[in-house]
Ligand binder design. Sequence first.
Ligand code: NAD
Length: 377
Amino acid sequence: ATIFIAKEIEGEEPRVAGSPDTVKKMKGLGLDVIVEAGAGTLSRIPDSEFEKAGARIGSTADAAVADVVLKVRRPTAKEIKGYKSGAIVIAIMDPYGNEKEIAAMAKAGLSSFAMELMPRITRAQSMDVLSSQANLAGYQAVIDAASEYDRAIPMMMTAAGTVPAAKVFVMGAGVAGLQAIATARRLGAVVSATDVRPAAKEQVASLGAKFIAVEDEEFKAAETAAGYAKPMSEAYQAKQAALVAEHIAKQDIVITTALIPGRAAPRLVTRDMLKAMKPGSIAVDLAVERGGNIEGAVGGQIADVEGVRVIGYLNVPGRVAASASLLYAKNLMTFLETMISKETKELALKLDDELVKATMLTHGNDVVHPNFGAQPD
Ligand code: NAD
């Protein structure tokens, strides 16, 4: 079988869906690998390194012979035209709200897979792109905040006086939030964090941060069986907002990461809360692409909201592209491996595999995923 590692659209996506490591692995499995010229440039992987790993460097047109196309982003209409019917396409498909684009992949006869729908079970941990990318985003959020902040983060005791440690508050202590906490701690900040899932409390504490939350009965039941947050009642949100408002006023840096699967991000920080912060305070909204946790955050910009600089960078994992690509490529490789027969070394989609069932959007000209298929009439 032939694997095609595509070059993403420049200016939109610096990551790449393959690495020299994963190419080597694919070659070992008996696969042919074509890497589109320049695919790794922005992730600091020159074509020569892909070549050394056993890939052939090709052009966009080579996608037409691929049995499997590996991408970071969902293919555009133009890209889809270049793929053969029956090809497998694996990417971060961003399917919610993009049902038309999904239908177009079905029409083109593609078997498409959305990596972000991978179930969070032990077997699939090494294929979990949400975790691998969110971890880096959490790290980068702190780095971005630190570079905008006009003060030092750690406490410094010098002959000329003492610089106080920055106070960093992390809202949402999932994968990104926990890495943000760890990174801010490493820089010497005094860190606190909040989440609506009770399980987060212990994790926050184990990283040396203080946990801030209204811990009532609703809080104790706020985690779904899948380990995600539930949308909270208005009454709870009001109580939490009051607690948070009081706490934020004393912070220097706020980093928000709160998401609820398949919904808009919860609004956690209002203009009034920002107004209460000190001059020079910084906020980072990692949820800005999903509607934002912070009032006034603007995607792709640093917005001045009530004197606080609110960082709304898009595609934050792409800001650490070289690291993000290595992990993403490995996630894809591990998933691809489950589709290769060990005996024949040929592609063998197992339609009853739970990983396939959870992630497959389209197959044989149909939208097959239950969340995006059968439109109600
Ligand atoms: P996420 O990106 O969906 O959300 C980020 C965080 O925001 C979550 O911790 C969520 O609880 C929190 N949040 C939502 N609403 C909030 C609100 N109103 N106020 C404050 N916080 C709010 O979550 P995630 O980072 O993908 O992780 C969710 C959980 O899944 C975590 O417990 C994580 O450890 C777990 N997980 C498990 C596996 C696995 O078992 N393989 C893999 C990855 C993550």
